[in-house]
Design a protein around this ligand. Sequence first.
Ligand SMILES: Cc1cc2nc3c(=O)[nH]c(=O)nc-3n(C[C@H](O)[C@H](O)[C@H](O)COP(=O)(O)OP(=O)(O)OC[C@H]3O[C@@H](n4cnc5c(N)ncnc54)[C@H](O)[C@@H]3O)c2cc1C
Ligand code: FES
Length: 312
Amino acid sequence: MTAADDAAELAPAQVAGPVLSVRQVDAYHAMAVVAPRIARGFRPGQFVAVAVGGPDTSMLLRRAFSIHDVRADHGGTVEFVFAARGPGTRWLADRRPRDVIDITGPLGRPFPLPRDCVSCLLIGGGYGSAPLFPLAGKLRARGCPVDFLLGAASADRVFGSLTARRTGRSATITTEDGSLGVRGMVTDALARVIHESRTDVIYACGPMPMLRAVTGFADRYEIPVFASVEESMACGIGVCMTCVLPVTGDDGVTRMVRSCVDGPVFRGQAVRWDDVGTIPFDALGAPGWRPPEPADPPQAQPDAQDGRRHAG
Ligand SMILES: Cc1cc2nc3c(=O)[nH]c(=O)nc-3n(C[C@H](O)[C@H](O)[C@H](O)COP(=O)(O)OP(=O)(O)OC[C@H]3O[C@@H](n4cnc5c(N)ncnc54)[C@H](O)[C@@H]3O)c2cc1C
Ligand code: FES
């Protein structure tokens, strides 16, 4: 296989795939679709964009879902987990095995994997834990200990607590109503988990307020966070700029970047969480942006003769 063939394998594909299964998992639905090209190219943290409503629909925009699992059966299947909450996801929940759906993927940048064996804490909010399980598999294969911290409003909205308990070195569950695990939010348990697990790096996926709070907390311990953000998306392929958010680069410049192609995974500390949903005044191209001041030229050192001249 040539490098060009390899690149083609990893490139996103649009697939008309038969639905293999639709399962109700507590408050969510898990849908597996036969899509070998998407399964082959997948890396944890990537997502699919699914056309909803059928050929005559007025719902023109694809819906984005993180990939939860890929399997080799039927040449390659892709599974995603979703909450049926609006017209598009309700339509998806009504699909049955052998219905064909139009699905594009794998899209976006995956979670970066550590080079060394480090202690990883995976934090998921609601269905946001779905993409953390394939990531956990990759981390464990590298010898990294994996701890889970999963939270939601209530027990039926915590996705994957049993798998987390079975496969994680530790698994802490929080629910706001106290129906499972510790009562409260993931951030209420975060300090204890970080101490007990001696966390080196955090991977997080869930609602934006959770990602913001987790990043703020991790900052106190100087722990890097890789956060998978959920910004509203229209095209999913980098064309429409619907999904932009302000991210500060290593050069100190804030840019409006597209979460569909530059993300959805970002270094949490680089995202300007307080400014998400706005274009900060000082972002590149915004009215307040100024090019960085050029560095001061090095001071000319007085030579021996000058030194003598100014000495007295
Ligand atoms: C990278 C990414 C991964 C996601 N992963 C999952 C997942 O694993 N499971 C899951 O249930 N949901 C996930 N979402 C959110 C999911 O895309 C929305 O819930 C879904 O599009 C809602 O569609 P709807 O027609 O049911 O609802 P509506 O609210 O009627 O949607 C109307 C429009 O708004 C957009 N939209 C609405 N809510 C969201 C949202 N929260 N985020 C982004 N766009 C939204 C839709 O794309 C659509 O264009 C993800 C979103 C992104 C961006
Ligand atoms: S959704 Fe269109 S550019 Fe990201």
